[in-house]
Design a protein around this ligand. Structure first.
Ligand SMILES: [Zn+2]
Length: 251
């Protein structure tokens, strides 16, 4: 990963690289993942990019593995400026490791790199037999793109078909078991109606597919870029002049 020196430029570079890894994850929806190496940050809350890595883990149900530091507590060493840090990590699908599993730092005189190697034992059984059986993908509802009119009409129709539990609503007995059950059922019925109505009216997307750094502004820039490229194409791909300058500027 790019080095995080605290500058905005390096920060953006880091986020961009996370975006590239996210694209790999998105392209392989039913796979387990194991990312290991120099993440160029410690798990100590001092790096601006740490939050981004943590979010990447949460979004994709990945675990950021702790390192066993019983014998040595750094993986990178710069003897010239006396800098030691633990910046090499494994991040993997939760089902590949057991609870509390840690990665180990491998100190070996033959390793002349300024990084020590790290190792992690993973659940080979899951890796071999579990392909395609990783955690079910999580979807979220895109209310900003919903057909609210359709939602409203399907909702109204199915809610109207529910019977109001009048006896339960009018019951004055404290802790009444029978009517508590009726109210629970009524509640579940309402939730079912709302969920059913969302199916035709609200698009669902897999979490992680839409990049969290993508914004409305980028959406507009993207459509401008497509428009200009279309104009350039229909003008016969000019290699100079105003049109070509526009295409270069938009990319
Ligand atoms: Zn009652």
């Amino acid at each position: 990963m790019p080095w995080d020196d605290g500058s905005i430029y390096q920060h953006d570079k880091y986020i961009f690289t996370i975006g590239c890894i996210q694209a790999v994850v998105d392209a392989h929806p039913n796979c387990n993942f194991l990312f290991g190496g120099d993440w160029n940050l410690c798990k100590n809350g001092c790096y601006s990019t740490e939050l981004c890595v943590r979010r990447f883990c949460t979004d994709n149900e990945l675990c950021w593995i702790d390192t066993c530091t019983d014998h040595i507590d750094y993986t990178y060493h710069n003897d010239t400026n006396d800098h030691y840090s633990l910046i090499d990590h494994f991040i993997c699908s939760a089902n590949l490791i057991g609870e509390g599993d840690k990665s180990a730092i491998m100190v070996d005189g033959l390793n002349t790199s300024d990084h020590f190697a790290i190792s992690l034992k993973i659940n080979l059984h899951t890796l071999l037999g579990g392909l395609g059986s990783s955690a079910p993908s999580i979807t979220k509802l895109r209310w900003d793109r919903a057909n609210l009119q359709l939602y409203q009409s399907v909702c109204a129709q199915s809610l109207a078909s529910l019977d109001l539990p009048l006896d339960a609503l009018l019951c004055t007995e404290r802790e009444c078991v029978k009517h508590n059950c009726d109210l629970d059922c009524y509640y579940m019925d309402i939730v079912r109606c709302l969920n059913t109505a969302s199916v035709p009216a609200v698009p669902r997307v897999k979490t992680g597919v839409e990049k969290h750094w993508w914004s409305q502004e980028l959406d507009e820039l993207k459509s401008q870029c497509i428009e200009i490229t279309d104009q350039w194409r229909s003008a016969g791909y000019p290699r100079s002049g105003e049109m070509q300058a526009k295409v270069q500027g938009s990319n």
